[in-house]
Design a protein around this ligand. Structure first.
Ligand SMILES: Cc1cc2nc3c(=O)[nH]c(=O)nc-3n(C[C@H](O)[C@H](O)[C@H](O)COP(=O)(O)OP(=O)(O)OC[C@H]3O[C@@H](n4cnc5c(N)ncnc54)[C@H](O)[C@@H]3O)c2cc1C
Ligand SMILES: *[C@@H]1O[C@H](CO)[C@@H](O)[C@H](O)[C@H]1NC(C)=O
Ligand SMILES: *[C@@H]1O[C@H](CO)[C@@H](O)[C@H](O)[C@H]1NC(C)=O
Ligand SMILES: *[C@@H]1O[C@H](CO)[C@@H](O)[C@H](O)[C@H]1NC(C)=O
Ligand SMILES: *[C@@H]1O[C@H](CO)[C@@H](O)[C@H](O)[C@H]1NC(C)=O
Ligand SMILES: *[C@@H]1O[C@H](CO)[C@@H](O)[C@H](O)[C@H]1NC(C)=O
Ligand SMILES: *[C@@H]1O[C@H](CO)[C@@H](O)[C@H](O)[C@H]1NC(C)=O
Ligand SMILES: *[C@@H]1O[C@H](CO)[C@@H](O)[C@H](O)[C@H]1NC(C)=O
Ligand SMILES: *[C@@H]1O[C@H](CO)[C@@H](O)[C@H](O)[C@H]1NC(C)=O
Ligand SMILES: *[C@@H]1O[C@H](CO)[C@@H](O)[C@H](O)[C@H]1NC(C)=O
Ligand SMILES: *[C@@H]1O[C@H](CO)[C@@H](O)[C@H](O)[C@H]1NC(C)=O
Ligand SMILES: *[C@@H]1O[C@H](CO)[C@@H](O)[C@H](O)[C@H]1NC(C)=O
Ligand SMILES: *[C@@H]1O[C@H](CO)[C@@H](O)[C@H](O)[C@H]1NC(C)=O
Length: 565
């Protein structure tokens, strides 16, 4: 029955592919002519970029650029670095979304088609660029994608046959020493949509402030990260990134430039603080709270499963994970990863805490490691500032070469059911998956009313599972995706039936995603989406309202025609 319905949906959409139920696709008669693209380019002062797939230098039969063995070798050597992708207007970091097209790791004779990538991008630097782009995509019924860094795991910042509004070069940063509103008086930072953590953190640090940012230095501060919630090493101390926002400047689908704050367009403000990127409007700038710099204690720890029984190894993991609860209550955060071979903590941090405090919390774990004579490495340091701690103890993040799924683990599960939780981890690790956790407490402080998934407020750990991505074997990748959806995530869901998943770090095939990613905020978020985007200009996979659309096999985006089902 389900199969029949989805067949009908696809059939109906295909049979009317050039009608208004689908976005205009490059091969369609409605696609703008070269002259129309040129005219548009003139309107936006030459900021239109036609996509050249990044991997095209690796393929002999491509229409974009010349094949070069040396350029290809050098591209392969830097493929893992986020900057290889975020400096381009089209390359998504999550490898699945390149659909094996122009894959630099395949043979040089393999095909190189633009396929799943955006066709064009506007290198936007102003509200006017946003407005012109929104006008053009609506005039020509073209799929619009908002692209910032391209970090998104769920493919929300890429799309076939789309025009990307590329926000990367909106780099303005201003430190506001005394922001004043009815709800907050104090220091703040105002950033353009393209500002990344490493830039925002550096600007704040110059004035002796810190801000809530993520682990990966290159994620977009005002983009999908904060709009989707945003965790990081300061998130127990100060709350999630979405909890810090004071106001947004947003351009809505009809081209209007609005301020969204608790005092103006408060519903849009509420939605943008945690309700997911790419959905309600295009953010031009964000203003968020910053805090005075603070002394920070940080440690890293690794240990190996070698030489001890599996129960001993997982017992130590259990001790460590359970022992983090009081640490997160004191404002600490731990970022860790377990496989069936080793456990790594990079790092565990107490902003504002002392070395003695952190040592005391880690002591029971270290004692077990010594007692079992397990091999481990352990470094601890107390730094005068968070900035120095972050620089010393936070390894540069690479592109995640994994297919992921996620689940938030409530505190009750860690406190009262940790043996079942560890048993689930053990089973998951035996399937060859990595388990990464961010142990934190996102509700130490008064929690503002915003669209952050309410499950965040009960959690002790945000879990992300990863299976390897194979650049050479689509069958293996599909198998791993099914494993994630049907086996691995359900092992955690069974233990945490009332929880959810972090919409930025989750399985693209998550069943019932509306509930799992947004919980009881979904209906309100849908209403806000329809108020500010009544014609459904903004679409992002698993974004609010996206169930109205379906992507056909070639990537064409079509409306699901409910009345005809
Ligand atoms: C290596 C790595 C490390 C990560 N570490 C963390 C972490 O520590 N903490 C954490 O919480 N998350 C983390 N993430 C997840 C991260 O929050 C998401 O990938 C997020 O979507 C990135 O946002 P972006 O704007 O940089 O990326 P993009 O992929 O460019 O955009 C993501 C989404 O936001 C939308 N968007 C972007 N800019 C705008 C805008 N101006 N207006 C409206 N919509 C916009 C896009 O349309 C898309 O839907 C990590 C991801 C990776 C790959
Ligand atoms: C847009 O115009 C600029 C400046 O003339 C040019 O460099 C660029 O190639 C044009 N873009 C496209 C897609 O033609
Ligand atoms: C080159 O690619 C085109 C389409 O992209 C295809 O039709 C053609 O067969 C390819 N040629 C070779 C030699 O592979
Ligand atoms: C993805 O690849 C498959 C197999 O080559 C192809 O049929 C499909 O059209 C591609 N989809 C997109 C969006 O490029
Ligand atoms: C985008 O615009 C910025 C200036 O705003 C410029 O420095 C950069 O080179 C442009 N990028 C591309 C790919 O055109
Ligand atoms: C685009 O701009 C033109 C000129 O200002 C205007 O007439 C038209 O209504 C706009 N179209 C859309 C879809 O916003
Ligand atoms: C910030 O502004 C408020 C209200 O205008 C004022 O009361 C306060 O003293 C100012 N604080 C600083 C540090 O300047
Ligand atoms: C601990 O391990 C070391 C080196 O692996 C070994 O020499 C030593 O005998 C072990 N000690 C115990 C008590 O097992
Ligand atoms: C732990 O921190 C030390 C000191 O900063 C560093 O040299 C080491 O590489 C780090 N280890 C890991 C696994 O990150
Ligand atoms: C990132 O990738 C580089 C090159 O592949 C590698 O040397 C480095 O160890 C990786 N860093 C991390 C944190 O995995
Ligand atoms: C754990 O169980 C105890 C006893 O049933 C209960 O009092 C406590 O509230 C539970 N802890 C959590 C976090 O639910
Ligand atoms: C870990 O799991 C992998 C995959 O199932 C398996 O090949 C490996 O032997 C396991 N290692 C340990 C230490 O159990
Ligand atoms: C691809 O992966 C599948 C599933 O794991 C495996 O059966 C197949 O042999 C692999 N193909 C190649 C060419 O390695």
């Amino acid at each position: 029955m389900v199969g029949l319905i989805s067949f009908l949906v696809v059939f109906l959409s295909v049979s009317s592919s050039t009608a208004s139920t689908c976005r205009c696709f490059p091969s369609d008669p409605c696609w703008p002519s070269p002259q129309q693209w040129d005219d548009f380019n003139t309107t936006i002062n030459g900021k239109l970029i036609a996509t050249t797939p990044l991997g095209s230098v690796c393929h002999t039969n491509n229409t974009f650029t010349t094949y070069s063995e040396s350029a290809c070798a050098s591209l392969r050597s830097i493929w893992d670095y986020p900057s290889t992708h975020y400096t381009t207007s089209s390359s998504p970091m999550a490898p699945w979304f390149t659909n094996f097209s122009c894959n630099p790791f395949l043979a040089d004779i393999a095909p190189c088609a633009i396929g799943p990538l955006v066709r064009y991008a506007v290198n936007a630097t102003s509200a006017t660029d946003y407005q012109q782009t929104l006008n053009f995509t609506q005039t020509h019924n073209i799929r619009l994608v908002i692209r910032n860094t391209g970090h998104d795991y769920l493919g929300k910042s890429t799309g076939a046959g789309a025009l990307a509004l590329w926000t990367h070069h909106l780099k303005d940063i201003e430190i506001i020493s005394n922001y004043t509103s009815a709800s907050y008086t104090g220091p703040a930072i105002k950033v353009g949509a393209g500002v990344q953590f490493f830039e925002a953190m550096a600007a704040a640090h110059e004035e002796n402030f810190v801000l809530v940012g993520g682990n990966c230095q290159s994620v977009g501060y005002a983009g999908g990260y904060t709009q989707g919630g945003g965790h990081g090493q300061l998130a127990s101390k100060f709350g999630l990134a979405a909890d810090q926002v004071l106001e947004w400047e947003v351009v809505t689908a009809d081209g209007e430039l609005l301020t969204a704050s608790p005092a103006q367009n408060a519903d849009l403000y509420w939605a943008l603080c945690g309700g997911g990127g790419g959905t309600y409007g295009v953010v031009l700038s964000m203003t968020s709270k910053v805090y005075p710099e603070l002394r920070t204690t940080t440690a890293n720890l690794t240990f190996s499963a070698e030489g001890v029984t599996r129960s001993v190894y997982w017992g130590v993991v259990e001790r460590f994970v359970k022992g983090l609860l009081p640490l997160t209550d004191a404002g600490g955060v731990a970022i860790w990863e377990a496989t069936n071979a080793s456990f790594t903590v990079t790092p565990v941090t107490i902003p504002g805490g002392t070395k003695r405090q952190l040592e005391a919390w880690l002591a029971p774990t270290i004692k077990l490691l010594r007692g079992y004579n397990m091999s481990y490495t352990y470094n601890i340091g107390e730094f005068p500032t968070f900035w120095e701690s972050y620089a010393a103890m936070n390894p540069m993040s690479n592109v995640t070469e994994a297919q992921i799924g996620g689940r938030m683990i409530p505190r009750t599960t860690v406190e009262n059911n940790s043996s079942a939780l560890i048993a689930a981890f053990r089973t998951i690790a035996d399937y060859g998956a990595a388990i990464s956790g961010v142990s934190m407490n996102a509700s130490r402080n008064a929690v503002p009313d915003n669209a952050v998934n309410p499950a965040w407020r009960d959690i002790a750990i945000d879990i992300v599972l990863g299976t390897t991505f194979d650049y050479y074997n689509r069958t293996a990748d599909l198998q791993n995706q099914r494993l994630m959806t049907n086996v691995l995530i359900p092992l955690l869901t069974a233990l945490t039936p009332d929880s959810g998943a972090y919409l930025n770090e989750a399985d693209i095939h998550q069943p019932n995603w509306q509930w799992v990613f947004y919980r009881n905020n979904y209906a309100t978020l849908s209403a806000i989406k329809d108020k500010y985007d009544p014609n459904q200009v903004f679409y992002a996979r698993t974004g609010v309202g996206s169930e109205r659309w379906t992507e056909l096999k070639d990537g064409r985006l079509c409306q699901v025609n409910r009345s005809s089902i």
